[in-house]
Design a protein. Structure first.
Length: 208
């Protein structure tokens, strides 16, 4: 974490760190070049590609924070290169709060969560809303769209900072697909036991 700390550790944040005794420990995160944006590596790209949703934070023109969950098939968020993410925005409830916020303030925060493995990746960036048709011009870098619903826009996020968070206080949760994979040996065991039970019943029936 380098640029992320320089963005997130404002003067007020640093004062609280001083008050609560963590300023010295946090100082090491500020020892990097403040002008160089963080880069997405292989670990980040793999993690993002496996996610079927993320939380997107924006700020209204009146200063209020707004959080929205964006979901889709795994891989619907595309890592175009080490500096850029992109995803297709599909029609929802048509309030367009996130879209309107980005028009006034392009700063965004993204939280990618893996509850099953208690892992999260925090991303700060600047978002740009483009015509959805432009996605096809990015296909060489992004692959298939991997999205469900009516495509309304292409959102491109230029990375400013990123940080992996600790696992503390993340409650493990599992998606239907994750549960199905984890329970596959159990289902196989049940199937074998049911087959054995049928065979035993057949043998007992043959003796009577």
């Amino acid at each position: 974490m380098s640029r992320y700390a320089h963005v997130a550790f404002t003067d007020n944040v640093r004062r609280v760190q001083e008050e609560r005794g963590s300023a010295a420990a946090m100082q090491r995160l500020l020892a990097s070049d403040p002008g160089r944006a963080d880069r997405l590596g292989d670990d980040e790209a793999e993690f993002i590609a496996a996610r079927d949703g993320f939380y997107l934070g924006t700020v209204t023109e009146t200063g209020w924070p707004y959080i929205q969950f964006r979901g889709g098939p795994p891989g619907f968020v595309h890592v175009l290169d080490e500096e850029t993410l992109a995803f297709l925005d599909v029609r929802g409830n048509r309030q367009y709060i996130t879209t309107g916020n980005v028009r006034g303030n392009d700063r965004v925060s993204l939280f990618f969560m893996d509850y099953a493995h208690r892992t999260r990746l925090k991303v700060l960036g600047r978002a740009e809303i483009r015509d959805a048709a432009e996605f096809h011009g990015l296909r060489d870098r992004s692959g298939d769209a991997r999205t469900d619903g009516h495509e309304e826009a292409l959102i491109v996020v230029r990375i400013e900072g990123l940080a992996w968070n600790c696992t503390k206080h993340i409650t493990p949760r599992y998606s239907e697909a994750e549960l199905a994979h984890a329970l596959e040996p159990v289902y196989e065991r049940i199937a074998r036991l049911e087959e054995e039970n049928r065979e035993l019943r057949s043998r007992l029936g043959a003796r009577t």
